[in-house]
Design a protein around this ligand. Structure first.
Ligand SMILES: NC(=O)NCCC(=O)O
Ligand SMILES: [Zn+2]
Ligand SMILES: [Zn+2]
Length: 588
């Protein structure tokens, strides 16, 4: 077990107002990500005060009997979209309904995404989200901010969000072309900036350019239904973007977090990149772990459309099991939901054109049960790994640990008393979401929360939901999360050490001479003695990409002629000399 020490959680007396003052949980088995322990828990003022046996109890305390049950840290869902304005409508789970559903299922904290429109101030968008969420959330929450456009102002705003607003994660879209997508060179610069700020970069990894073309082609072929969604965004398109994001991030040693991993091939990219030493985290979601893309071919349009999200679920029915295997062995690291719910009425916007079906599915209420069922009950992972992938790892990556994500003295009392044997059958008829469908409809899961405690308040009491609107608080997150940034130090040092120029004695002869005529250009390249080299390699003046630059008069560095030499009709000889400092690349 991790060392259990007092920590300052930052929740003030007044913040914990309304929580039951004291609570005692006895007789259960505490499960943390690093081990289990049979012990009782004393909670005061929303904080875990003592863990052990034979705790001396103060008077007036409520006791919860957890005999035969597991006591686990409340789930943390690091990927939700509550009341998100999106695709001409708004997701129906707002911050009240969404967090209530979360608590009903054993999740006690969410991290939602601020998504500014292009050219909208990031700070204004952040304030807007705070205005929506603060008064509604039933459990604690935090915010990632999406970078949907790039400019010096955005760069500055990112810095302010990190310094002053408790944001340490930024998400970039490689899809949703012309709406949210950023280009590769922007992504590179954003990654570089995230690294400087000590933030974690998140990506929605799909190739937006290809999707734009594919979806036109699929639609023109007469496919208008939800299956067109998957056909236009096959898994290669996800895997390619995942690989590209890893490559770009590793150029600047920026930690990368790939949201909603939906396919085997994208998951394989992440596993391979981690093997290579990249600091990259993969987040499969409840949907990709428990259902599949065959649903898009369902005869019922309503059923099929309810499963539309991006990237799509994959038609290969072995995908969920494969992703769960990778999650169990830490090739993928944690789980989320991407909860972004739309009713059938809203989904109908795309009844004649799959491109207009609002993208998004449920998951917030069911993630814990679904992952217990498919992961633990099916024997793929133990209870401690379950805690890691549903709570602790999110807390560590997003720098909430040990305030959240662990049952330890000093931590917030976000606790679930979990009955691993009890079952429930998921249905839209009984769920707490505002939507009228559920992608896990009919699935029976072992693992049900008997009690859910948020900051010391019992919000599920013997299975009864008692969530309180506005009880949750915004949680600030500091940059440079040790879990993420400690492992980067060594990489940074190695990279720095490799950035040493070769010390050469210099070059004193003629490098290149070139003869041009009016109709055709010829060049001859000489070594210092004026002889032609025996092969072409290294003999031509190149820009490093193999492009011949010898006919470039004055160059702008991109290989495009800018000076009079290139347009000269006269016969001329151009001599290129080594730049000062002894570098002899032949091009500068
Ligand atoms: N995933 C999805 O389909 N909707 C929510 C927005 C996003 O995460 O891409
Ligand atoms: Zn996304
Ligand atoms: Zn999302």
């Amino acid at each position: 077990m991790a060392s259990r020490q007092h920590i300052n959680t930052g929740r003030s007396q007044s913040q914990s107002q309304g929580s039951e003052n004291r609570l005692f949980i006895k007789g259960g088995k505490i499960v943390n990500a690093d081990g289990t322990e049979d012990a009782d828990i004393l909670i005061e003022e929303g904080i875990i005060k003592e863990i052990g046996k034979n705790i001396t109890l103060p008077g007036g305390i409520r006791t919860i009997d957890a005999g035969g049950k597991l006591i686990i840290p409340g789930g943390i869902d690091p990927h939700t979209h509550l009341q998100l304005p999106f695709m001409g409508t708004k997701s129906v789970d707002d911050f009240y309904i969404g967090t209530k559903a979360a608590i009903a299922g054993g999740t006690t904290m969410i991290i939602d995404f601020v998504i500014p429109e292009k050219r909208e101030s990031l700070h204004d968008a952040y304030k807007k989200w705070r205005g929506w969420a603060d008064k509604k959330v039933c459990c604690d929450y935090s915010l990632h901010v999406a970078v949907t456009w790039w400019s010096p102002e955005v760069k500055e705003e990112m810095e302010n969000l990190v310094r002053c607003q408790g944001v340490n994660s930024f998400k970039m879209f490689m899809a949703y072309k012309d709406v949210l997508m950023v280009k590769d060179h922007e992504l590179y610069e954003i990654f570089e900036h995230c690294k400087k700020l000590g933030a974690i970069a998140q990506v929605h990894a799909e190739n937006g350019d290809i999707i734009a073309e594919n979806s036109k082609r699929v639609f023109s072929a007469g496919i208008t239904g939800p299956e067109g969604h998957e056909l236009s965004r096959p898994e290669d398109v996800e895997a390619e973007a995942t690989h590209r994001a890893c490559v770009l991030a590793s150029q600047v040693n920026c930690p990368l977090y790939v949201v909603h991993v939906m396919s085997k091939s994208a998951a394989n990219v992440i596993a391979a990149k981690r093997q290579e030493g990249c600091v990259v985290f993969g987040e499969p979601i409840a949907a990709s772990l428990a259902t599949d893309g065959t649903n898009y071919w369902n005869q019922c349009w309503r059923h099929a459309a309810a499963h539309v999200l991006s990237p799509p679920l994959r038609p290969d029915p072995t995908t969920p099991g494969y992703l769960m295997d990778l999650l169990a062995q830490d090739d993928l690291q944690l789980t989320a939901t991407d909860n972004c719910t739309f009713t059938h009425e809203q989904k109908k916007m795309g009844c004649r054109d799959f491109r207009k079906i609002p993208n998004g599915v449920n998951g917030l209420e069911d993630r814990m049960s679904v992952i217990w069922e498919k992961g633990v009950h099916e024997g793929k992972m133990d209870a401690s790994r379950f805690v890691a992938v549903t709570s602790t790892t999110a807390a560590k990556i997003f720098n909430l640990y040990p305030k959240k994500g662990v049952i330890a003295v000093g931590s917030d009392a976000d606790i679930v008393v979990w009955d691993p044997e009890k079952t429930r059958t998921i249905s839209a008829k009984t769920h707490h979401h505002a939507t009228d469908s559920n992608i896990f409809e009919g699935m029976t899961c072992h693992g049900v929360p008997d009690y859910v405690i948020c900051n010391g308040r019992v919000c599920v009491d013997q299975g009864q939901l008692k969530a309180v609107q506005g009880f949750g608080k915004f949680v600030s997150r500091k940059p440079f999360a040790p879990f993420v940034y400690d492992s980067l130090k060594e990489k940074d040092e190695k990279k720095k050490a490799s950035m040493i120029p070769v010390q050469r004695s210099g070059f004193d002869g003629e490098m290149v001479s070139k003869t041009t005529t009016s109709k055709q250009s010829q060049h001859s390249t000489t070594n210092g003695d004026g002889n032609k080299p025996s092969n072409g390699e290294g003999s031509q003046a190149t820009n490093g990409s193999g492009e011949d630059q010898t006919n470039v008069g004055r160059s702008n560095g991109s290989g495009i002629p800018t000076g009079p030499d290139s347009s000269s009709n006269s016969r001329s000889t151009v001599k290129l000399h080594a730049p000062p400092g002894g570098h002899s690349s032949g091009f500068w």
